[in-house]
Design a protein around this ligand. Sequence first.
Ligand code: GLN
Length: 494
Amino acid sequence: MKLLRLTATEAARMIGEGSLTATELTAAYLEQIEKHDGDVFAYLKVTPEVALRQAEAIDLLPAGERPPLAGLPLAVKDVLCTEGIETTCASRFLENYRPVYTATCVKQVLSAGAVMLGKTNMDEFAMGSSTENSAYGPTANPWDTGRVPGGSSGGSAAAVAAGEALWALGSATGGSIRQPAAFCGIVGLKPTYGAVSRYGLVAFASSFDQVGPITRNVMDAALLMRHLAGKDPLDSTSVEYPDEIKLPDDRDLTGVRIGVISEISGEGIDSGVRAVIDETMKKLEGAGASIAEASIPHAEYALPAYYILAPAEASANLARYDGVRYGLRAASAGGVTEMYEETRSLGFGDEVKRRIMLGTYALSSGYYEAYYDQAQKVRTLIIRDFESAFEDFDFLVSPTAPTTAFRLGEKTADPLTMYMSDICTIPVNLAGLPAISLPAGLSDGLPVGLQIIAPPFTATKLLQAAFSAEAAIGFDGLSPLLEGVEEQEKPGAS
Ligand code: GLN
């Protein structure tokens, strides 16, 4: 059997009924990591001893008593704190940092039985769109190792696409779950702001940050999301999800009103991507949906507003890295000010420094009103744009990204071009809405993602629509690394 081809849902059933052990499945993933992670570099740290210990504990439980995610191997983005296990955010600053606690969302999925394979590579402090801002080197896209996997959750997306994890946790501030999922031909769900606890998620821009699932299909995303959501007393911005998040159960799109956001679906989008999305709209129409043009009139201001607000929040959040409280401290410094300066100069990479400078500038006296205040007003306008669009449509769609995966190094010299990678996803984060990216097809052999956006706290409906769209699209592409997996002997199986 090709163990690595099982979906989480299938593997959960087999482990639950006892026809597959958690150890067998975990060992298969560790073997794939061993084989391919030298080329992909999805993981900053693999934790085989943790994974196998968790798997063995699951296997000792009687078949009927296994928790719902029992034995399902998970990759965790290195922005999430894991007690006693290095959590670096791909920064030199936190090179040897071992948190004393585990992020709530990680705790939730591990206590539901998931097995942690390791911590994945990312852009430093989640700032970037290609994983090339990692202080430890870039991750490669499993579809073409000369290309980026997207970012900032590029390690998590690459791990899932390469068969180096069954599923993964990512985090998004501006698009870091959906965009890498799109580049790697898999599914990424950004929940409504507040749905998932941020406790133990290293802060980038706190009014945007959310953790979400990166998976091979929509059903698996739903399964993982059910265990991520919930109010956490340790994060006062988290809320009790208003209703139970249900697993999708039918594939019908009849009567569903879908609006294609014109501002982020036409101009500025590669023709190859556009062709796939046009084709996809026909398929959704064929499945019963009604498709029309929608408008988010202020979408063109989303990117500039984001690049004021997110750096402003980042500059405040990153003030804690001062050489005193966490991680790195420059050795040679004389006085305390010098120590701060030298530590921060050494510890942060270029992009992080750029954000701190942008953010401090935007917040400084005399400029605050001109930049930060204005950007907040734009944010409100965008929220209203979405509210009024949802009066006419059940869901809004667009491509997830304006291009397919670009070449490693192609955009590193030009931060603005890199920032443009997120034009389709950032408006959604400004409005705090839930959205999912699912693979829609290939353009020149590279995956294209369809983004589906929903009103706040409607995960069940969003997942149901995505599940239906997935069937209508019928994409079954696998990265060459997953396509090429061999049959695995199941010990004890005849
Ligand atoms: N690429 C965007 C940025 O660099 C979004 C990153 C993210 O969502 N974490 O800010």
